[in-house]
Structure formats: structure tokens, C-alpha cells
Write a protein that binds this ligand. Structure first.
Ligand code: FES
Length: 607
């Protein structure tokens, strides 16, 4: 199989292309594997949150640029002017300006839409705070933006730092405070948005101290820069010559023009407040309509029932009635921990959206119509269901350190002891437990020696995680090394228990890496730190497959590529995995101890 694919590649890619794009079969294969993952991510569709986030990032970039410009005030007025020149040059370059103003409109529009659409504000205090901060920015910034931008457009006023700072410092002290508040509010709003986006990323924990330092330093320097600039301007403005140059009519306008701008500011603020009032009125009208449209009953399968209007998601209903419900990703259709199993007829349920279908497919539940995501399902009729994961009640575990859900790349390794049932026959239970414990001890030791973490013990099997504190490549190599070391340890164990065993202990290992949710899962005092997700399920299924393929280890080909092993390193084949569309390419090792030399050889070759 391996040879024919390589040959096919060699035959199909013309020599000319290879000369200009020297891509080997191996790296091509790796690129395809990575692209398959990217394509799979794209097929879940673009959500409103993603659009809002991209627009927010553009606006945050503008803020950073403007704040750095303000910070130059700590040097001199000339430095401020120099910074403003490049700031304006970039942001008013037509394509950039189009992107910026589009992002501004879309982000603002989506904020107002969120005020209407969001039915539940009890997720976490920071989310409604974020919305309030965002919605207050237009109110706070109206005077500054209209004074500077519209003043230039309507009356060709040439206002730069000297005029703006003089205006704020000399005549409009209330406006000065408003300006300072909007700078802080906009910065906090942007920083919270950035935090929500990055907190689930693998690198966040390492980058957090630097990001926090930047989030504190940049606005502090900007405010100090404005303060310094204002002081210099006020000192300079005592000089009539300075005033003649900097406060001329073409720069600050006439009183009539100033009055026109003031009127526009007043009306725009009234208009914006009116718009917010309309949105709130629309929310009220919707709530009334929903009540008239009918209420439905949700039954949680444990005797608890709640009555909610149609149109609410099951998770929103849980939050509204304070029913604990696992939701690690906060209702973003990313974690699948809110999953429910519907009891009874599923025919009346609305079809899953693309996003919900994508997540259900990833966790192997797409074919079961009774499994749905509570954060996405909006039932139209009465519904009975069970929550699949018991709610996280982290707060209940007082005093214990807790891990909130985090999405990251991890390598999952399932190890299972073969033939434990036969082992238990004709033995005292104590002897069986002793042997199983020795087996799990040998596996755990190998995992720890190679940098992994034994995570869960499932009867005579174990789930081990790699990559909690290393990069992907290292995690993959650690897992392969651990598989080899497990083999060595079991061999020693077999020698040690030779006289007690009818036949040597055998085992199966399945390894796969991918994005998973890690965090505390469980209930009250029974929380465990573990990983959930498609990658964990696949590893479990690969382990199971070692029985039918008669081998000791199976890992995904994706893992081999990430580990940096050559295509020839291990025999490969395509296998069907339950819950996955299309076959999956896996690598098979008949004996796991052969992996050791493999990982070491590759390392030596790389060196
Ligand atoms: S809460 Fe995460 S998928 Fe529903």
C-alpha cells in the first residue's frame, strides 16, 4: 500500500512541478492530513460569533494602533504628530478604511442584534458586562468621533492633537472625562473579547502573562501620553503665536460650526438611545408573543420539569430555571458536554443545524436521532430527556482547585489488558486484583517515564494523556515511546509472574491526537479531570481494533505525521471507524516494542 501510493505520487506529479515545488510524497501526505482537518473544521459553517469576533479583532487592532499613537505623547508633541501621520496613513488607505468601517458597522450591528436575540443573561457575569460595555461605546465616543471626523468632512476642519487636546483640556472638562472613560471601556471590551477567543487555545496558558502585561501597559502608556500631551499643549497655548497658528478658524472652526456639530452629537445620541429602547421593546413584545404562542414542558428524567416558552434552547431553559446543566463551551456548540438523550419519539424535533450536526458527528452520535446538543435544540413541543454528562458543579467542591473547560490538542492513549476474564477464572478475586494492579502499575510507570499522565482507570484498562505541557510533536512521540516502554514493562512483568500465569499477559494500545475539551467532569465531590472529544473516542476504538487486527498497537496516520515519522516507518491501512464518515488511515505495529527504535532512529536522523 505504502509503495504503491509513493509510486502513484511519483507518476502523477510531473517532473517540472517537482523541480519548482520540491514537495516529497511524505510532506504532501502530511499536508493533505492537515488540510483534511482544516476542511472538517470549515464544514461546520461560519457562525455569527465568528463574524463578530473577526470584526472585533479588526477594531481591536485599530485601538492598539491608536493607543500606541497616544503613548508617543510621553515623548513629545512631535512624536504624537509623527505617530498620527502613520496611523491615519494606514487606516485611511481606502481598502483598509472599507474593511475598518465595515467591521465597525457589522460589529455594532451584531452587538445590537445580540441585545435582542440573547434570551438568557445568566451564563456568566462577564458576558452581560461585555455586552453593556460594547453598547455604551457609541454613546461615549459620539462627541469625539463626530467632532473630529465629521468636523473634517463637513467643514474641512484640520484638527490634530494640538487642537483636540487643547479643546479637551481648556473648555470641555466633562468631555475630557468622557473621552478617558471611553478609552478605558473600549479597551476592556476588546480585551475581554480577546480573552474569550484565546482562552480555549493551546498556547493561552503560556501567553497569558504577556498578554496581561500588554493589556495593562498599553492603555496606561496611552493615558499617560494624553496627559503629557495635554500638559504641553496647555503650556504652549499661553503663547499668542502658538494660538494664532493652532487655533485658527480652518483648524477649530467657527462658533456656528461648533454649534452644528453639537446638534449632530445630541441627535445622534438621542437616535442611538432610541434604537436601544426599540430593541428592548422588541424583546418585550417577543416575550409576550411567545407566551401567547404557547409554553412547553421540559422533563429532565429525574422528576424535574420546567415550563418555558417555545423558542428557547434546552440549555437556555435550564439556565433560566437554574437547573444545573453541563456546558463547558458556554453554549457555543464546541464541546458537546451539554448533550442530552431524548426519551420517546424524536420525529417532532427540529433538524440539527449544520453546526450541531458537525459536533454530533465528531462525537459519533450523528446516526442517533435521540442524541442532541441542549445548547442548539429549540423544541417546539413537550420534551423528555436525560442529560448525558452530569452537570459540572465546580463551585460545590469548595477549596479544591478546579479546571474549567479548555479546548486543546492532546494525544489520548488507551491501553487494555487482554484476556482478563480468563485470568479471573480459577483464581481468588484477590489474586486477580493483584495481577490487574501490577499490569496497570507497569503501564502507568511507562506513561509517566515518557512524560504522559495516567488519567483514568477503566477496569483493566487505562486512558493516558500526553501533551498537557508539551507541544504536539513531542506529545505524539512521547505516546509512541510510552507504547514501546509499556511493552518492555509487561515483558518484565510476565517474567516476574511466570509461575503464576498460564499464559503471558497481552495488551492492546490505541493512540490518536486531536482537539479535545479538558476539564473537571462529574458531579459535586466526584469531579475528575479528564478529556472529552472525538480524538479520545477514536483512540478507544483503535485500541478495540487491535483485537481484530491481531496487533499490539494502532495509531492514526495523522499522529505519525505529527510525530514526524516517515511514511515507511509503520505499515498503514485504511479502516472504518464508527461515527466517522469515510475511512481513516492508521498505522499498525504488531509488536509495540519496535516503536522504541523507530522514535529514536528518527530522532537521530533528524539530528
Ligand atoms: S454547551 Fe458546549 S456544545 Fe453545547
Amino acid at each position: 500500500m505504502r509503495t504503491s501510493e509513493s509510486e502513484l505520487y511519483a507518476a502523477l506529479v510531473p517532473a517540472g512541478i517537482k523541480r519548482y515545488f520540491p514537495v516529497s510524497y511524505e510532506s504532501m501526505n502530511g499536508m493533505i492530513a492537515r488540510n483534511q482537518v482544516r476542511i472538517a473544521k470549515l464544514t461546520r459553517g461560519v457562525s455569527v460569533r465568528q463574524v463578530r469576533m473577526v470584526c472585533g479583532l479588526i477594531l481591536y487592532s485599530y485601538l492598539i494602533s491608536h493607543f500606541l499613537n497616544h503613548a508617543l505623547g510621553n515623548i513629545s508633541l512631535e512624536a504624537l504628530a509623527w505617530g498620527l501621520h502613520y496611523h491615519v496613513l494606514f487606516w485611511q488607505f481606502l481598502p483598509v478604511a472599507i474593511v475598518f468601517y465595515s467591521a465597525l458597522l457589522i460589529h455594532g450591528g451584531l452587538g445590537i442584534w445580540a441585545l435582542y436575540e440573547r434570551r438568557q443573561f445568566r451564563w456568566k457575569a462577564i458576558e452581560p458586562l461585555q455586552l453593556v460595555l460594547g453598547l455604551s461605546i457609541p454613546l461615549l465616543a459620539a462627541a469625539h468621533v463626530i467632532g473630529v471626523r465629521l468636523g473634517h468632512t463637513l467643514f474641512a476642519l484640520d484638527r490634530h492633537y494640538p487642537q483636540v487636546l487643547h479643546g479637551y483640556w481648556s473648555t470641555m472638562s466633562a468631555r475630557l472625562w468622557l473621552l478617558l472613560i471611553v478609552l478605558v471601556v473600549a479597551w476592556i471590551h476588546g480585551s475581554i473579547g480577546l480573552y474569550f477567543w484565546l482562552r480555549l487555545k493551546t498556547f493561552f496558558r503560556r501567553a497569558a502573562p504577556f498578554l496581561l502585561a500588554g493589556a495593562v501597559l498599553v492603555p496606561t502608556l496611552a493615558l499617560l501620553g494624553l496627559y503629557q500631551g495635554g500638559r504641553i499643549v496647555m503650556k504652549d497655548s499661553a503663547d499668542p503665536a502658538w494660538r494664532a497658528v493652532n487655533l485658527s478658524r480652518d483648524k477649530v472652526g467657527t462658533p456656528a460650526e461648533a454649534q452644528t456639530l453639537e446638534t449632530i452629537i445630541d441627535y445622534s445620541m438621542i437616535g442611538y438611545l432610541g434604537l436601544l429602547g426599540l430593541v428592548l421593546a422588541a424583546r418585550g413584545a417577543r416575550a409576550l408573543r411567545e407566551r401567547r404562542g404557547g409554553m412547553i414542558t421540559l422533563s429532565y428524567g429525574n422528576g424535574r420539569t420546567v415550563r418555558v416558552p417555545k423558542g428557547l434552547s434546552v440549555l437556555e431553559a435550564s439556565l433560566r430555571h437554574q437547573v444545573p446543566h453541563a456546558s463547558v463551551c458556554g453554549g457555543r456548540a464546541r464541546c458537546s458536554t451539554c448533550r442530552i438523550r431524548v426519551i420517546g419519539d424524536c420525529a417532532a424535533l427540529p433538524e440539527p443545524s449544520n453546526r450541531e450536526a458537525f459536533v454530533l458527528n465528531r462525537v459519533g452520535s450523528a446516526s442517533d436521532p435521540a442524541i442532541r446538543l441542549a445548547c442548539q435544540l429549540r423544541p417546539e413541543t413537550d420534551l423528555s430527556f436525560f442529560q448525558i454528562f452530569t452537570p459540572q458543579t465546580i463551585a460545590a467542591r469548595r477549596g479544591a482547585p478546579s479546571h474549567i473547560g479548555e479546548e486543546r490538542y492532546l494525544v489520548s492513549m488507551f491501553v487494555d489488558m487482554r484476556g482478563s476474564t480468563q485470568l479471573a477464572e480459577n483464581r481468588l478475586p484477590f489474586d486477580t486484583v493483584f495481577i490487574v494492579n501490577r499490569f496497570l502499575g507497569a503501564v502507568s510507570q511507562a506513561v509517566i517515564e515518557c512524560g504522559g499522565q495516567p488519567n483514568q482507570f477503566l477496569g483493566d484498562g487505562q486512558l493516558a494523556l500526553f501533551g498537557l505541557s508539551t507541544d504536539r510533536r513531542t506529545a505524539c512521540r512521547q505516546a509512541l515511546k510510552a507504547a514501546a516502554r509499556i511493552s518492555r514493562h509487561i515483558e518484565e512483568l510476565n517474567r516476574f509472574l511466570k509461575s503464576d500465569l498460564d499464559q503471558p499477559i497481552r495488551f492492546g494500545i490505541g493512540i490518536h491526537g486531536g482537539e479535545v475539551i479538558v476539564g473537571d467532569i462529574g458531579y459535586r465531590d466526584h469531579l475528575v479531570f479528564t478529556a472529552l472529544g472525538d480524538a479520545v473516542n477514536v483512540a478507544a476504538r483503535l485500541q478495540d481494533m487491535t483485537k481484530s487486527l491481531g496487533c499490539e498497537m494502532i495509531c492514526s496516520d495523522e499522529l505519525r505525521v505529527t510525530a514526524g515519522l516517515s511514511a515507511e516507518a509503520l505499515p498503514r491501512q485504511d479502516v472504518e471507524i464508527r461515527g466517522r464518515t469515510g475511512p481513516m488511515s492508521v498505522c499498525v505495529a504488531e509488536r509495540a516494542d519496535t516503536l522504541s527504535s523507530l522514535v529514536d532512529d528518527e530522532k537521530a536522523a533528524a539530528a
